[in-house]
Design a protein around this ligand. Structure first.
Ligand code: NAD
Ligand code: DAU
Length: 372
């Protein structure tokens, strides 16, 4: 029975990944979820699996050496799938040091603890010798590559030089370099994945898609940064989870894979699609339906250092591992909107408390300065 140590499993992608693991492998695996439960970590995302005998939740900070060592000491961990991070670009602009602490120092601690636990005492290889079959998968982002020109033939490849612009992407780039350094220096058994923008269930409503859905359903304005023409490459979260599973089980050690679905969209297109689908899905008798129109769209002050365009080339993962996305955007976005619509209680639980304080800090000035 293999044991997966998942960090950040109560967040958006981590919780989708744990669902993916149990849906795929059922009772033949064990999962240990280490999460600090920051504002972004929500145990409700895993309510349906929390009583499984092969699931354990550990509330701990990835920066805490003793807590992480204890997890490795008390369990024979085969795989680490490392999601835990501060993940929101706008927050990184307000509070960069927290991103360095969690994303850089936290990753360093995870690497050290895994290396210590997996090292064989008398391994013949002076560069490092590890227990058979173990692997550390570092989940990273396409934002480490910086911004692409508007040329539709320009893509991020695994060989594209790193050029991060935000404190978030700089901290993720640093964490990638640490993993690369561990692979080169200690032959540490790892892979890195760099994925484009995910969307789907359980995403915290600070990110574009759930924020716009939640605002529209509550009759709030839809704040579009700058001219709304920045491009992101959207991937349904389950496709990302399948890719991680493949890299974990099939990829050669030390390889890096870009993950993305060739699904580039301008932000304004996304917002218009959300309005259109919400109007189609809401019953005609629902009074909110009449209010959800393009009049809600409000262009606001741009994000500082806003990357213009991201677009992933997924050629390598397609060629080596046979991965390709299965969810078309038009189906994925409808599934996502319907999910948020059907889980309004989930949304209410995470948006009471500190969420409106965050929203005010981030948007009040922007909205006041906008023309509408
Ligand atoms: P998220 O913000 O939804 O979740 C992050 C999780 O990590 C939360 O559960 C939080 O409680 C936990 N966490 C934060 N700090 C911690 C700490 N110090 N110790 C333990 N747990 C901590 O993030 P997400 O969108 O699910 O992203 C997960 C990972 O995937 C991140 O590493 C991110 O950089 C990467 N990624 C995200 C996307 C995307 O579109 N969301 C795309 C590519 C890569
Ligand atoms: O590319 C992968 C990255 O995607 C991940 O590494 C990050 O963790 C994840 O947060 C995401 O980063 P982005 O900055 O691209 O995502 P976000 O949802 O914050 O914004 C998407 C685009 O929408 C971006 O161009 C900014 C814009 N935007 C965002 C918000 C929240 C708006 O116009 N208005 C908004 O209110």
């Amino acid at each position: 029975m293999k044991t997966y140590l998942v960090t950040g499993g109560c967040g958006f992608i981590g919780s989708n990944f744990i669902h993916h693991l149990f849906n795929t492998y059922g009772d033949s695996i064990r999962v240990i979820n280490v999460d600090k439960l920051t504002y972004a970590g929500n145990p409700e995302n895993l309510q349906d699996i929390e009583d499984r005998p092969n699931y354990t939740f550990v509330k701990a900070d990835i920066c805490d050496k003793e807590a992480i060592r204890k997890v490795f000491r008390e369990n024979t961990v085969d795989y680490v799938v490392h999601f835990a991070a501060e993940s929101h670009v706008d927050r990184s602009i307000l509070e960069p040091e927290l991103f360095v602490k969690t994303n850089v120092l936290g990753t360093a601690n995870m690497l050290n603890c895994a290396k210590e636990a997996w090292s064989l005492p008398d391994g013949p290889d002076p560069l490092g010798n590890y227990r058979e079959g173990v692997k550390f998968l570092h989940v990273s982002t396409d934002e480490v590559y910086g911004s692409l020109p508007e040329d539709p033939n320009a893509y991020f490849y695994e060989t594209t030089p790193y050029a991060p612009h935000s404190p978030y992407s700089a901290s993720k780039a640093s964490s990638d370099f640490l993993v690369k350094a561990y692979m080169d220096t200690y032959h540490f058994p790892a892979n890195i994945t760099n994925c484009s923008n995910n969307y789907g269930p359980y995403q915290f409503p600070e990110k574009l898609i759930p924020l716009m859905i939640n605002n529209a359903l509550n009759g709030r304005k839809l704040p579009v940064y700058g001219d709304g023409k920045n491009v992101r490459d959207w991937l349904y979260v389950e496709d990302h989870c399948r890719a991680i599973d493949l890299v974990l089980h099939k990829a050669k050690l030390f390889e890096t894979y870009n993950i993305g679905g060739h699904n580039e969209k301008q932000n304004i297109e996304i917002v218009r699609t959300i309005i259109e689908v919400l109007r189609e899905e809401l019953p005609v008798t629902d009074p909110r339906r009449a209010q959800i129109t393009e009049d809600l769209i409000t262009y606001v002050e741009d994000r500082k250092g806003h990357d213009r365009r991201y677009a992933i080339s997924p050629d390598k993962i397609g060629r080596d591992l046979g991965w390709k996305p299965e969810t078309m955007f038009k189906d994925g976005i409808r599934k996502t909107i319907t999910w948020y619509f059907d889980h309004q209680e989930w949304m209410e639980h995470i948006t009471n408390g500190n969420y409106m304080k965050y929203y005010e800090t981030m948007y009040a000035k922007r909205l006041a300065k906008s023309s509408k």
